[in-house]
Design a protein around this ligand. Structure first.
Ligand code: EPU
Length: 428
């Protein structure tokens, strides 16, 4: 068990390079199950969620290995059974993509109900609605989702809510189905487009990804490919907020500025200065921060995965700001931890009211999930004194080498082992 220890109030400055996108990687890696050839996926982030999904595929019989620092090679020919039910599967939400990928390949999938960060109920009804429309039937028994289809046949599916996961899963199941599948009210996140581009590079016929109507014309087979994953929009946004919160000046490299527009626009409203270049953004904060209201929404709205980080910044602004969480039912559980650092934030359902304070004060806190953990780091970097963060395994699920990246920007942060709290001294 490790914790992060941060001595705050060091202005971040210098350059940081953003890694490949977690949420693209955890969709594209299982999508390789659909290929008859060898897939080489470049710009893979070195994070625990990638290790986890790779271990799951390896357990299922895939030949999967890193062939250099950032390239993962996958040959999934060795998978003989459509079953993925090991303990690892239950540890991550993205293992639900095994349902679509195995269904697409074997016309059958048996996958343990997916886990992931706890933001309230995380149903998969829209995923199952999509599979059913393609001709599959399903049952859920003893925590295993069992989906089967004699034949997968294209259909028009109108999603009741915008769901990233359901959109991805339906694309995976439909890519080798017979005929045309149309997903209406589809999610438009950059990683949806990345997955479509990856599948198309293997010979799929997908158009419209990035709009709310995706058309998938089924093909009989998919070949191998070499494909490079997009940079991580949320990792970039997290460093942008960290730079702003410490009053620093940081060049954030290897980004697609277009993917950051919603984040940049909000930061500018708060008083942060953003300069955009072709593949980088410079973030600085010359003056005080302004209050502002934020509503999280599916892309291209302000991303829910940046909600905890922006809450920290708004707690340092003068006046009262409000955040309306528009995606998840229960994504403010971390506020209790943040308030230990002196913030004045109250929560009523999906709304947080943030009264700006003069200064955050370092305190012992816990990361209660991945992005909440990122917010605790930002708070610690901005706070006076020392902050310790427990449960850092959540943070390491999605942020590559975060300690060294922050240290290279001048942060005083280190990872230390927590002493065994259950240690009982031997009786004398
Ligand atoms: N929903 C349903 N039914 C479904 C699916 C979703 O009601 O069948 C609801 C959810 O309960 C939620 C909303 O729809 O209220 C959106 O859920 P979505 O399916 O879009 O989320 P997801 O696919 O489970 C992905 C990311 C999350 C990110 C959300 C929203 C991955 C692996 N996870 O989750 O990322 O918050 O989209 O953008 O891509 C993170 O990276 O920290 C993270 C949690």
């Amino acid at each position: 068990m490790d914790k992060f220890v941060i001595n705050g109030q060091k202005k971040l400055s210098g350059e940081v390079s953003i890694s490949g996108a977690k949420n693209a990687a955890v969709a594209i890696i299982p999508a390789a199950i659909l290929s008859d050839g060898i897939c080489r996926i470049e710009n893979i982030p070195n994070i625990n969620d990638v290790t986890l999904i790779s271990r799951i595929l390896a357990k299922m019989g895939t030949d999967i290995k890193m062939i250099d620092k950032t390239t993962l090679q996958i040959n999934a020919k060795g998978i003989k059974s459509p079953e993925a039910s090991c303990d690892l599967v239950r540890q991550m939400r993205a293992s639900s993509y095994l349902l679509g990928a195995l269904l697409g390949r074997f016309h059958k999938a048996m996958v343990s109900f997916p886990g992931g960060c706890d933001f309230g109920v995380r149903p998969i009804d829209q995923h199952l609605k999509g599979f059913t429309a393609l001709g599959a039937s399903y049952k859920v028994e003893s925590g295993i989702v069992d989906v089967e289809a004699k034949e997968l046949i294209g259909n028009t599916i109108y999603m009741d809510i915008v769901s990233v996961g359901a959109t991805i899963n339906i694309m995976l199941a439909a890519v080798k189905a017979k005929g045309l599948t149309v997903i209406e009210n589809a999610a438009k996140e950059p990683h949806i487009v990345d997955l479509a581009n990856f599948l198309n590079s293997m010979g799929a016929d997908i158009t419209g990804a990035g709009t709310d109507c995706i058309k998938i014309r089924g093909v009989s087979s998919l070949q191998g490919t070499t494909y490079s994953i997009i940079p991580d929009q949320i990792e970039a946004g997290t460093y942008m907020v960290a730079a702003a919160a410490t009053g620093g000046n940081v060049l954030i490299k290897n980004v697609i500025p277009k993917h950051l527009e919603a984040i940049s626009a909000k930061l500018q409203e708060i008083g942060v200065v953003i300069e955009e270049f072709d593949e980088s953004v410079r973030v600085s904060r010359p003056s005080k921060l302004n209050k502002c209201n934020v509503k999280t929404m599916p892309h291209p709205g302000f991303p829910t995965d940046m909600q905890p980080q922006i809450a920290v910044l708004l707690s340092m602004a003068s006046g009262t700001s409000m955040i309306n969480e528009g995606v998840w039912d229960n994504r403010f559980k971390y506020i209790e931890e943040l308030n230990r650092m002196g913030t004045k934030i109250s929560v009523d359902g999906k709304i947080a009211v943030i009264d700006g304070i003069e200064e955050l004060i370092g305190a012992p806190v816990k990361a209660i999930d991945l992005r909440a953990g990122a917010a605790m780091i930002i708070a610690g970097l901005a706070a006076k004194g020392t902050t310790t963060i427990e449960n850092v395994h959540y943070i390491e699920r999605g942020y590559e080498n975060i300690i060294n990246k922050l240290k290279s920007l001048g942060a005083d942060i280190k990872k230390v082992e927590i002493e065994n709290q259950n240690f009982m001294p031997k009786a004398l």
